[in-house]
Design a protein around this ligand. Sequence first.
Ligand SMILES: [Zn+2]
Length: 255
Amino acid sequence: MRACLATPAIVLRAKPYGESDRIVSFLTEMHGKITGIAKGAKRSRKRFVNSLEPFSLVNLRFYERPQGDLVFILSSDLLFSFPKLVTSLDRISFASYLVEITDGLVGEGQEDRLVFQHLKNGLRYLNETDASLRFLTSFELKLLNLVGYQPVLDRCKRCAKDRRDHPSSRWHFSPRDGGILCEPCSRLRKETLPLGAAAVEVLTDLQAKDSSTPARRSLPSSVVSEIRSVVMRFIQYHMEREIKSAPFLYRFASI
Ligand SMILES: [Zn+2]
């Protein structure tokens, strides 16, 4: 008899399957990302009542199956639904983005409790506080760090030229190299994005601090735009696909 496993989990996405089933992906606290089949999900209110909606925090019980990737979902009990996330379009959009990039950067079955905590904290923050690009950028940088893609921002990734020795230099970001490049090195790469000294400084600052730290100052829109382009392009590079929930973010102008 296979053991039934139980773990807190966040619903990442769900889609109908056949007449009455659903295929659901979860980020779990104990077993990484898993995808499973919820048999009779459309009919069984008892086992799945309101607990397969995206962003829901649930207690998941499932059986692993020896063959195939899909687990068999026994039940999903709602622990917390983050109710305020659905009260405004901004919050839904931000939450969708957090879930989508976490889903895209985490592989199936890679156990990582810190990533689960990070997504849970992010959704909780959005549920209680107004969304901002500053929060979002901090969330992205910490997520990149947790999954092993922390961008190198203190020196040129190719020639190791130290950024502090060249404070007024123009820098470029190379998604493929995973960090900044100096002007001469950037000419050797096809795909780089401009990143001025002010933008690198802000990114370095956000990488070191908690997102709840108040902003030091308001930033010119050109700097915000450089930062957003670089971080999103870098995430997309590792996800290897378009970020569907990203376009709305361009409506926000300040960080
Ligand atoms: Zn260089």
